[in-house]
Design a protein around this ligand. Structure first.
Ligand SMILES: [Zn+2]
Length: 316
């Protein structure tokens, strides 16, 4: 796309988005899932069974694959929601941090929600325009460690924080100096198989945008340092569109990060700074792990309708 056309497209999106988000929409309670259980700890094995079940229940709407293999040999599942031949695509990833596994559960519940909607003849505009490429559990080893032996574990099985291992601003990233539960960026950028798998999916096609799910904070991060004005504008309007549904406040991450220090090397940095594509990081709920389990249903119902809104934003 030429710069001129891109500018025109951005301006059209901004105008349309202003019209659509200026009408306040109340938070809707999405129908509860029936395949994905919401009440107890959601394991890697349970997720794989749900993926198989949703593919069987909704052929032509839900399909699956793998984006790679973890340090401990687990396949990292990819869920494809919609028709890969659709003109637009959105990438969604959850649980790059092990202890934040509730967002795997809510992401899978959202896949089921749209599959049910689409098969009932609803939201057809979303399905015909956009295909969603979803990694519901980007760090299955870390999730399994957090669920079995170390509840505070964020890293992968090598003790490397995957969300500091991406090759954008990696050199500037601080944190722990040795492998462990959290905040060690690794000995070199993109050293981990999970990092490489996400980078490979993220660059496989021309996504309209990226949505990353983490816990905790009930906020939306939406911008970054060194983003172009176009990327910045698109991320801002994406965040505003999502905020209009889930009611999480927007936080601009230019010059800072979640913990208030200068940290790069995250998947969001790779998207915004590296690829110069719009993306948001949604920090769901007010507690992660077992303490946040009771919030899974409310996180799901607050966020379920945001995928359709994001698709409509970029398909207009
Ligand atoms: Zn996180």
């Amino acid at each position: 796309m030429t710069k001129k056309i891109k500018k025109k497209a951005v301006s059209a999106i901004l105008t349309m988005a202003f019209i659509s988000i200026s009408t306040a929409i109340p938070v809707k309670a999405a129908t509860p899932p029936t395949t994905v259980q919401m009440s107890s700890t959601y394991t890697y094995d349970e997720m794989n069974m749900d993926i198989a079940e949703l593919c069987a229940l909704y052929p032509g709407i839900v399909s699956s694959g793998s984006i790679g293999t973890t340090v401990q040999g687990r396949s990292i599942p990819l869920v494809i929601l919609g028709n890969p031949a659709a003109p637009h695509s959105i990438m969604i990833q959850a649980s790059i941090h092990g202890r934040e596994y509730i967002v795997s559960q809510t992401t899978m519940a959202t896949v089921e929600y749209y599959a049910r909607q689409f098969s009932a003849g609803n939201c057809q505009d979303v399905l015909s325009s956009t295909c969603f490429y979803i990694v519901p559990m980007a760090n299955p080893d870390g999730v399994t460690i957090a669920q079995s032996s170390a509840p505070e574990w964020k890293a992968n099985a090598n003790g490397i924080d995957l969300n500091r291992n991406f090759p954008v601003g990696w050199e500037m990233t601080k944190g722990s100096s040795a492998p462990g539960a959290a905040n060690f960026k690794g000995y070199s950028p993109a050293s981990e198989p999970e990092t490489i798998a996400l980078m490979s999916l993220a660059t496989a096609r021309d996504y309209s945008c990226y949505i990353n799910y983490h816990q905790q904070g009930n906020i939306i991060y939406y911008d970054d340092d060194l983003t172009s004005s176009v990327t910045s504008a698109l991320s801002t309007i994406l965040a505003a569109t999502v905020k209009n549904i889930n009611r999480y406040p927007m936080v601009n991450t230019s010059g800072t990060n979640a913990s208030g220090t200068t940290t790069y090397g995250g998947f969001g940095d790779f998207i915004l700074m590296g690829l110069q594509k719009p993306g948001i990081t949604v920090e769901c709920g007010s507690a992660y792990g077992i303490r946040g389990q009771s919030q899974s249903s409310s996180i799901y119902s607050r966020n379920a309708d945001t995928w359709a809104a994001a698709a409509r934003l970029f398909a207009q």
